[in-house]
Design a protein around this ligand. Structure first.
Ligand code: HSE
Length: 400
């Protein structure tokens, strides 16, 4: 029998306990032994809950219990979650987590600690909720050079943008709806400013490149500037607006970015609606692949955590190798990032833009302004042009 301790009995942690209980027989067949929840660490008590007797409030009980094989970290936050994870790994206890913040901040160090202590650190649920994407990246594509990853990595913002696109809703109204449905927090910054997607693309890219992409080095723009007017232009162009996390391997240099993009109907991400997530991975041999599913939610996310628990149970006493080293990836500069840009210009004077960028197309959708699509230009030139024309540029969105 393998003994598991769950740290944090919130949405995901309670989902993990539920799946381990409800699917006990299925899981036993896969692991050839039972997986038992021995402890649940939480500050609260849960009277009436089927796991109420397993609740403890002191982590030392768990970390000092030699019977505990696997620690499930579903606490959230960074400092204490990191501390508890490190302590467990140092004692040879394997850890799995849904905590993208800890993985993005301390991933390579914790992977090394696991290796040095003949145990493992897994984090399937940290990106894309229930979508299997982490394990496929390093187990299904070991013979591939991953050239590109592009994904809708945040369910809350995808819900909001879908509503704005399909129902013509205003940003403030959809944000309120996302909060009422429990998708967005009262402070929605992590989602709407792109921080959540930024950590996720940093993790995916680190895994695909084998080196560390620090989330602080990923240029990140959220959706807070996206308006109804932007969608009116997008419609005229047969496009939608999606918040994408993207990375490209440019001959060993990493281009990584989180930003809203205008994408056309031929792009498979166009039809990813509502709270769903999807990740497109392009390998140099396999070509285009796509992973799709629920990027958040109790049982979807817990399902990914349980897949790690099973992997850990089957590989007890061994280290599951993860190709992510504590070496900083070489990042592409803004001069090496090239896109077409859609720009909304107040008063229709596009001379300043023409001089810098070259204009491929103009679109009229809103009174008193004009939409412009530039030819392909580098990000640094675009930013210089934007600065020089700050008075007339109302908004811009990159085009894919
Ligand atoms: N806030 C995240 C989202 C949840 O909306 O996708 C999972 O990371």
């Amino acid at each position: 029998m393998k003994q598991v301790a769950i740290l944090g009995y919130g949405t995901v942690g309670s989902g993990v306990a539920q799946i381990l209980e409800d699917n006990k027989e299925i899981i036993k067949k896969r692991t050839s032994e039972e997986i038992n929840v021995k402890y649940i660490l939480d500050l609260r008590d849960f009277p009436g809950d089927i796991f109420e007797k397993k609740v403890v409030h002191d982590y030392s009980i768990i970390v000092n219990d030699p019977e505990v094989d696997i620690v499930v970290e579903t606490m959230g936050g960074i400092d204490i979650a990191y501390k508890f994870t490190k302590e467990a790994l140092l004692k040879g206890k394997s850890v799995c987590t849904s905590n993208k913040a800890v993985v993005a901040e301390h991933g390579p160090e914790l992977l090394k600690t696991a290796k040095d202590n003949s145990c493992s650190y897994l984090f399937e649920a940290s990106v894309g909720g229930g979508i299997p994407i982490i394990r496929p990246l390093y187990t299904s594509f070991p013979g591939e050079k991953v050239e590109e990853i592009v994904g809708i990595l945040n369910g809350t913002t995808n819900f909001m943008l879908t509503k704005m696109d399909e129902e013509g809703c205003k940003y403030d109204d959809v944000l309120k709806e996302a909060q009422a449905k429990g998708y967005a927090e009262q402070n929605p910054e992590a989602d709407v400013c792109g921080h959540d997607a930024c950590r996720k693309i940093a993790i995916l890219t680190s895994l695909s490149m084998g080196k560390t992409v620090y989330y602080q080095d990923v240029k990140t723009e959220g959706i807070t500037n996206i308006t109804k007017a932007d969608f009116e232009y997008a419609k005229k162009l047969g496009r939608s607006i999606k918040l994408l996390g993207m990375s490209k391997n440019l001959d060993g240099k990493c281009l990584a970015l989180v930003a809203p993009f205008m994408i056309d109907a031929k792009n498979p991400l166009y039809s990813v609606r509502d709270v769903f997530n999807a990740v497109c991975v392009k390998g140099n041999m396999v070509g285009d692949t796509m992973f799709y599913g629920q990027g958040a939610g109790k049982l979807a996310t817990a399902s990914a955590v349980v897949s790690d628990v099973i992997d850990l149970a089957k590989n007890a006493g061994k280290n599951i190798e993860c190709p992510w080293e504590d070496i900083k990836a070489d990042m592409a500069t803004d001069a090496e990032k090239k896109f077409k840009y859609f720009i909304r210009v107040k008063g229709k004077d596009i001379k300043g833009i023409e001089q810098f960028a070259g204009v491929e197309n103009t679109i009229e959708a809103v009174d008193g302004e004009i939409g412009v699509i530039t030819s392909i230009m580098s990000e640094d030139k675009f930013m210089e042009m934007k600065e020089k024309n700050a008075d007339s540029i109302l908004n811009y969105i990159r085009i894919l």
